[in-house]
Design a protein around this ligand. Structure first.
Ligand code: GCB
Length: 697
C-alpha cells in the first residue's frame, strides 16, 4: 500500500516537476549551459525481480569549470550574503504552489503568507520551535535584498553569485529572473549575474529549495503519502542514519572578477628525494578570446608561511606550467612531522604587456591566490604512502551536525572540532557520508588532517542508469572542488551500498572506471558492510578496501569477548579476497554520556571503552601484517537521526557528545592515538596524556 502510494505521489510530482523543468529549462539554458543528458536506447533485462543494466549508454557528465573559492585580491572583491533571510514554507501537499503563484516575481512578504526570519547558513529544521518546519517535506522559499555598487559597472566588473551548498535542489531568481538550478546537496554552484542585477540600487534574490529525495537522487529516498489524523501527510523516508536537514547550509557570496579572468586552477604537486618541490598547474581563463596571447603572460609566485618568495616564474604559456621549489617544506600529516600542514600561498597574475621595451606599461588583468601544500601520494597493493612513508590512519567517521544549526556551517564549531581532533591525536577522518564544507577542507590542509573524501551516495539500492549519471556527476563535482587540497588522500565513492545485489557489479564497474579517469592522483575507496567479502559486488573495483563492522554491537551485542578474533579474521578475509590495502571505516557502540555500569553493560561508558580496547588488540595484530592501514571509530560526536525507536535522541556512538565534550572513551582513544604516533613516527607525547598515579620507582 505504502509503495503504491509512493509511486502515485512521485508520478504526480514528476509530472508537475516535468512541467516546471520544461518551463525553467528555457529560462535557465543561457545561464547554465546545456540540459541534463538523456539516456538513449537503454539496454535492460530483468532477472529475478532485479533490473540489470549494462549502462553502456550512460555518457559521462560534462566537466565542471569555475567555482574557485571566492578570495579577495587586487582585482577581485568578495561580499558575504550571509545573515538573516526571509523564509516561506510551501504547503507540504503543494510543493509547486510558489511556482504557480510566481512568488519570485515580488517580495515574498507580498504573498501574505507567514514569513519566518531564518539565519543563513543553517539548516532551517531546528532553528524555530515549529514542528511543521522541522519535519517539512517539499519546498521552502528564501529571500533577501542586497546592493550592488554602481562602481562595479563603471569598472566593468563581472558579478558572480556563489553558494557553498544548498540542500538539495535549488532554483535561484534575481529580481524575478531565473538564473540557475542545481540539484546536489553539499556542493558549491555559481552563476554570473552581471546582466541580472541593478547597479547602484537594491536587488532581490529568491531561492526555492526542495528537500525531497527519490530513487534517482544522491542519496536516495522516497516520499510516501500516509493517512494521519488530519487526512494525510507526505513523509520523506530514507534508510540513511542521519537527520535529513535542509536549507542554505553554507555561505552565500557575491564576488567580482575582471572581464578577462582566471576561472579555474588545477594543481598537482610532488616532492623529489633531494627536497625539490614541483607544482604542475593548469589555468582556465574566462573571456580569453579577447587576449593577444603573444603579449600576455602569467606571473607565478609561491610565498612561504612568512610571506617570502619561495619560487617564482614568468610564463608565456598562460594555460600550463611547472614551478620548481628548491628546499621545499613538504606537507606532512599531524604528528608525522614537527611542522605538519605546511601551506604555501600560490599567486597567479595574468598580465597584458603594453608600452615599449624601454617603457613597458603592463596591465594586471586578474590576480588569484590560493593555499597549496606540496606532497607526494602513492599506493600499491600493500599500502598508501605520503612522501614515500607508509601511512597508518587513525581517526573517525564524522558528521556535519550540531544542535540548532543542523548541518549549517559554523566556524566556531569547526575550530572546536579541529582542536579536538588534535587533542585526541587523530590524523585522518572520512567525510561520512557527503562532502564537508570547503572551509573544513581548508582547516584540514592547515592542521595536517588527512581526508577520505566521500560523496553523498549512502545505502544506494536501486541501480538505475539515471542514478549512475547523477552519481558520476556528483563525484565529478566533488573531485573538481577538492582536487587542490593536500589533505585529500582518497575518494570514497559510496557508503554501504547494497552490493550483494547482482546489479551493483556493472553499476560500480562503470562508476569506478569513470572516477578513476578523473581521480587526480588519488586512490578510490568505499565502505562496504557485507558479511562475506566474496559477496561484495563493488570492492573488486577499488584501490583500497574499506569496510564497516560492529562487533559487540550489531553483531553479538553485549559480547565484548567476541571482538578480537572476529575482527582479525574479517579484515584478513577482505585482504585474502582482494589483495589490496584494507581499512576499517567504522566500528563502535552507542553510549549514553554519564551512564556508568560495573561490570560493563551495553550503552554504558564502560562498555564503549571496553569495546574500543578490544578492537585495539585486534588492530595491533593486524598492523603487523602491513596491509591493514587504518582504524576509524564511528563516530567523532553524537549526531541527530530521524525519529526511531532504536535511537534515543540520535546516534550516540560519538566519542564526544553532540556538544563536543569528551566521553570516557575519548581519553582512552587519545592515549592510543598518541601512542601510535610515538610508535610509528616518533612523535612526542602530550605532557598531560597520563595522570600521575604513583612513583613506580
Ligand atoms: C553504519 C552506517 C552509519 C550509521 C552506523 C550506525 O554502518 O554507515 O551511517 O550511523 O552504521 O551507527 O548504525
Amino acid at each position: 500500500m505504502r509503495a503504491v502510494e509512493a509511486q502515485n505521489y512521485s508520478a504526480i510530482m514528476q509530472t508537475s516537476t516535468c512541467f516546471l523543468i520544461t518551463f525553467l529549462s528555457c529560462c535557465i539554458l543561457a545561464a547554465v549551459g546545456s540540459c541534463p543528458k538523456e539516456f538513449a536506447n537503454l539496454e535492460e533485462s530483468t532477472i529475478a525481480h532485479e533490473n540489470i543494466y549494462t549502462y553502456s549508454n550512460v555518457k559521462p557528465p560534462n566537466p565542471t569549470v569555475g567555482l574557485l573559492y571566492p578570495r579577495e585580491s587586487n582585482t577581485r572583491e568578495v561580499r558575504s550574503l550571509d545573515g538573516i533571510w526571509n523564509l516561506l514554507r510551501s504547503n507540504a501537499s503543494d510543493p509547486l504552489q510558489g511556482i504557480r503563484e510566481k512568488w519570485y516575481k515580488q517580495n515574498i512578504r507580498a504573498t501574505n503568507h507567514e514569513i519566518t526570519l531564518m539565519p543563513v547558513p543553517a539548516s532551517y529544521n531546528d532553528v524555530t520551535v515549529d514542528q511543521r518546519l522541522r519535519d517539512h517535506v517539499g519546498t521552502v522559499w528564501y529571500e533577501r535584498h542586497f546592493f550592488v555598487p554602481s562602481r562595479w559597472r563603471k569598472d566593468r566588473m563581472r558579478v558572480w553569485l556563489r553558494f557553498g551548498s544548498i540542500h538539495y535542489e535549488a532554483i535561484v531568481w534575481i529580481n524575478g529572473q531565473t538564473t540557475m538550478r542545481h540539484s546536489f546537496g553539499h556542493l558549491p554552484f555559481e552563476v554570473e549575474i552581471s546582466s541580472y542585477v541593478n547597479y547602484g540600487s537594491e536587488n532581490r534574490i529568491t531561492i526555492m529549495v526542495d528537500n525531497r529525495l527519490n530513487n534517482r537522487t544522491i542519496p536516495q529516498g522516497q516520499v510516501v503519502k500516509q493517512v494521519n489524523d488530519n487526512g494525510f501527510a507526505y513523509i520523506q523516508t530514507y534508510t540513511f542514519d542521519f537527520f535529513n536537514y535542509a536549507g542554505i547550509h553554507r555561505s552565500v557570496h557575491l564576488y567580482t572578477t575582471p572581464p578577462t579572468y582566471i576561472s579555474d586552477v588545477e594543481l598537482k604537486t610532488q616532492v623529489s628525494r633531494n627536497q625539490i618541490g614541483r607544482i604542475d598547474y593548469r589555468l582556465w581563463l574566462g573571456n580569453a578570446e579577447v587576449l593577444n596571447v603573444k603579449s600576455t603572460h602569467v606571473l607565478v609566485e609561491l610565498l612561504d608561511k612568512n610571506g617570502n618568495v619561495a619560487a617564482h616564474q614568468i610564463n608565456r604559456d598562460i594555460r600550463n606550467g611547472t614551478l620548481l621549489v628548491p628546499n621545499v617544506k613538504p606537507w606532512w600529516p599531524y604528528l608525522m612531522n614537527p611542522d605538519p600542514g605546511y601551506m604555501y600561498t600560490l599567486e597567479f597574475q595574468l598580465i597584458a604587456e603594453g608600452g615599449t621595451e624601454a617603457e613597458p606599461n603592463n596591465e594586471l588583468l586578474d590576480a588569484y591566490r590560493l593555499p597549496v601544500g606540496i606532497r607526494n601520494l602513492s599506493w600499491d597493493k600493500d599500502g598508501l604512502f605520503l612522501n614515500n612513508k607508509p601511512l597508518y590512519l587513525r581517526g573517525f567517521g564524522r558528521h556535519e551536525d550540531s544542535d540548532i544549526r543542523g548541518k549549517g556551517l559554523d566556524n566556531a564549531l569547526l575550530t572546536r572540532d579541529f582542536s579536538l581532533l588534535r587533542w585526541v591525536g587523530a590524523n585522518a577522518y572520512r567525510t561520512s557520508h557527503y562532502p564537508y564544507s570547503e572551509e573544513s577542507m581548508q582547516f584540514a590542509d592547515q592542521h595536517g588532517i588527512m581526508i577520505i573524501d566521500e560523496c553523498a551516495s549512502v545505502n544506494t539500492d536501486l541501480f538505475e542508469p539515471e542514478l549512475l549519471l547523477n552519481h558520476m556527476s556528483y563525484l565529478e563535482q566533488l573531485i573538481h572542488r577538492d582536487r587542490n587540497h593536500a589533505s585529500v588522500i582518497a575518494w570514497s565513492i559510496a557508503n554501504e551500498p547494497r552490493t550483494k545485489k547482482k546489479a551493483a557489479e556493472a553499476y560500480f564497474g562503470a562508476l569506478a572506471n569513470y572516477t578513476r579517469g578523473i581521480a587526480q592522483g588519488r586512490p578510490l575507496t568505499a565502505a562496504s558492510n557485507v558479511d562475506k567479502p566474496s559477496e561484495c559486488m563493488m570492492s573488486q573495483f577499488l584501490d583500497i578496501i574499506g569496510f564497516n563492522r560492529y562487533n559487540a554491537w550489531y553483531h553479538n551485542a553485549g559480547r565484548t569477548d567476541m571482538i578480537v578474533q572476529p575482527m582479525y579474521d574479517e579484515a584478513k578475509n577482505w585482504r585474502d579476497r582482494y589483495k589490496k590495502p584494507v581499512i576499517l571505516f567504522e566500528y563502535g557502540g552507542d553510549t549514553i554520556e554519564g551512564y556508568h555500569t560495573l561490570p560493563a553493560f551495553i550503552w554504558s561508558e564502560e562498555y564503549q571503552t571496553t569495546l574500543f580496547s578490544k578492537h585495539f588488540r585486534a588492530f595491533d595484530r593486524l598492523r603487523e601484517l602491513k596491509w591493514f592501514i587504518g582504524e576509524f571509530v564511528w563516530n567523532f560526536a553524537d549526531f541527530k537521526t530521524e525519529q526511531a525507536f532504536t535511537r534515543v535522541g540520535g546516534n550516540k556512538k560519538g566519542v564526544f557528545t553532540r556538544n563536543r565534550q569528551p566521553k570516557d572513551a575519548a581519553h582512552l582513544l587519545r592515549k592510543r592515538y598518541h601512542a601510535l604516533a610515538l610508535k610509528l613516527d616518533n612523535a612526542s607525547l602530550p605532557a598531560d596524556l597520563f595522570d600521575y598515579i604513583i612513583d613506580w620507582n
